[in-house]
Every structure is written in structure tokens, then in C-alpha cells.
Design a protein around this ligand. Structure first.
Ligand code: ADP
Length: 253
């Protein structure tokens, strides 16, 4: 596999993160503890984590040019993420999330707006030289939010209830916040890892993207499903204890 990359396909957006120590009441005027811009979007965040883990990776998605795009492009470059598959849409506006990040509880409340930036199409994807990539991430993983939308109350029940929808032979994976994560393959056996809570949960924004990246990292290096789930929960747990992503790999297990 040599230097082949991991490709993540999906959204890049701007996250404007407002850090507070108490969730605001409606119709009040609150001072934040801090405020920052961060490159966001699921696939883009997973690339950040892959890059921090030391895996060569590439992002494929749509971009609306302008000042925000310049900030985002600089940040992709800072993390050495290959963006040769970015497609520009000059008449679209940049998708943005306003986030309230509560340091006391670690919760993140997201308000997202994507006015008119189109997704990557099947036609775009058909032009990709697949031989450059050892792993391509689109959707396989099911998030807790999606599972709950379908009426499931645990990762295991979501996997059992949704497995019939995936391709024959697939492994379906579902993370469930502080309950850890489960996976199920064609044998129907549910594999589990507990979560690895940090000393204090301060920022859970992107925990799922961190988990996905760390699972993909392990599987793409030949690791097994149990090993991947455990590593995914370890790295995601560390992420919850720090702001952003940069410190997720400083401490060794
Ligand atoms: P999402 O970002 O999609 O909401 P989840 O909240 O399901 O993702 O979290 C993904 C992974 O992050 C979990 O499997 C777990 O390992 C870790 N995680 C999330 N929240 C916590 C928490 N409060 N304590 C410890 N680990 C957590």
C-alpha cells in the first residue's frame, strides 16, 4: 500500500465556536469565554485527525471561494491534507456552523446553514483515480443522532435494526457518546468498546469524526474490528478532554 492515501469525501464548512461555561438563556446577552474560527465538516475533521495520527490523507468536497475559503485552504495546508479533489463553486456561499461549546458539560450545540453549496456528485467521483487511495470514506458508520432518528436507543439495537440496509459483508459501526461504540459484521456478533473518558470533558465537537478517523486508521493498517473500536474510543475520549484536535496525539497510551 506504500504511500497510498485515505480519502474522505463530504463537507468542509466554517465552524464559529463560542466557548461558554453556562448555556445561555433565550433572549439574553452573554459574554463568551473565548471565540474561534475552526475548519469544520465531518470529512474535513476526519482528515485533520488522520493527519495528526500520521496517515497521508486527502479530502474531496465542494468549496465556495472567498475569504472564508482562504482561511480553510490555509488550514488544510497546515495539516498537509491533499485537496487536489476540491471542486470550486463560484456562485455558492460557504456553509457555516455556529457552535455553542459548553466547557462545564462538554456539550456542543450546533446551528448549521448550507444555503446552496452542492455536494460532490457521482459524476465527480467517477473521475477519481482510485488507485491512489487505500481507503475511501463516504458513509458507513452510523452516528448516534441518526440511530436515534430511526428510533433506536442503543448502539447495539441500531446495528441489529439497520444492518439489513448495508452491502453484503459490510461491518456497520455505531458510536454512542459516553457509552463507547459497537460494531457488527456479517456473523451478527456485536463487538463493543467502552468509552475512555478524559479527566474533564470540555469539548465534544468532532468526537464522532475523531472516532471515525481513528477506526479507519486502524482498519486501513490491517487491524481488527475490536482493536479499531478500542483505538477509536481512546482517541475520541482524549479529544473530548481538549479544545480542538491538536493535542489528541501528544500523550502515548
Ligand atoms: P458525535 O460527535 O457524532 O456526536 P459521539 O458523541 O457518539 O459522536 O462520540 C463518538 C465517540 O467519542 C464515542 O464513541 C466515545 O468514544 C467518545 N465520546 C463522546 N463523548 C464522550 C464522553 N462524554 N466521554 C468519553 N468519551 C466520549
Amino acid at each position: 500500500m506504500g504511500d497510498k492515501k485515505i480519502l474522505c469525501i463530504g463537507l468542509v464548512c466554517l465552524d464559529i465556536i463560542n466557548v461558554v461555561d453556562k448555556y445561555p438563556e433565550e433572549d439574553t446577552d452573554t459574554r463568551c469565554l473565548s471565540q474561534r474560527w475552526q475548519r469544520g465538516g465531518n470529512a474535513s475533521n476526519s482528515c485533520t485527525v488522520l493527519s495528526l495520527l500520521g496517515a497521508p490523507c486527502a479530502f474531496m468536497g465542494s468549496l465556495a471561494p472567498g475569504h472564508v475559503a482562504d482561511f480553510v485552504l490555509d488550514d488544510f495546508q497546515k495539516y498537509q491534507i491533499d485537496i487536489s479533489l476540491l471542486s470550486e463553486h463560484p456562485h455558492s456561499s460557504f456553509p457555516t456552523s455556529m457552535i455553542i461549546s459548553n466547557v462545564t458539560t462538554g456539550t456542543r450545540t450546533i446551528l448549521h446553514m448550507n444555503r446552496n453549496l452542492p455536494d460532490v456528485s457521482a459524476a465527480d467521483f467517477s473521475e477519481v483515480d482510485l488507485s491512489q487511495y487505500k481507503w475511501i470514506h463516504w458513509e458507513v458508520f452510523v452516528s448516534k443522532d441518526v440511530a436515534m432518528h430511526f428510533g433506536f436507543h442503543s448502539a447495539a439495537s441500531a446495528l441489529k435494526g439497520l444492518y439489513h440496509r448495508v452491502k453484503k459483508g459490510a461491518v456497520l459501526i455505531c458510536a454512542w457518546a459516553e457509552k463507547g461504540a459497537d460494531a457488527m459484521g456479517p456473523d451478527g456478533i456485536v463487538v463493543h468498546s467502552d468509552a475512555f473518558p478524559p479527566e474533564a470533558v470540555v469539548d465534544t465537537l468532532g468526537a464522532g469524526d475523531t472516532f471515525n478517523a481513528s477506526v479507519i486508521y486502524t482498519l486501513s493498517n490491517g487491524g481488527g474490528v475490536q482493536e479499531a473500536l478500542t483505538f477509536g474510543c481512546q482517541v475520541a475520549g482524549r479529544k473530548c478532554g481538549v479544545h480542538g484536535y491538536d493535542e489528541i496525539v501528544t500523550k502515548k497510551e
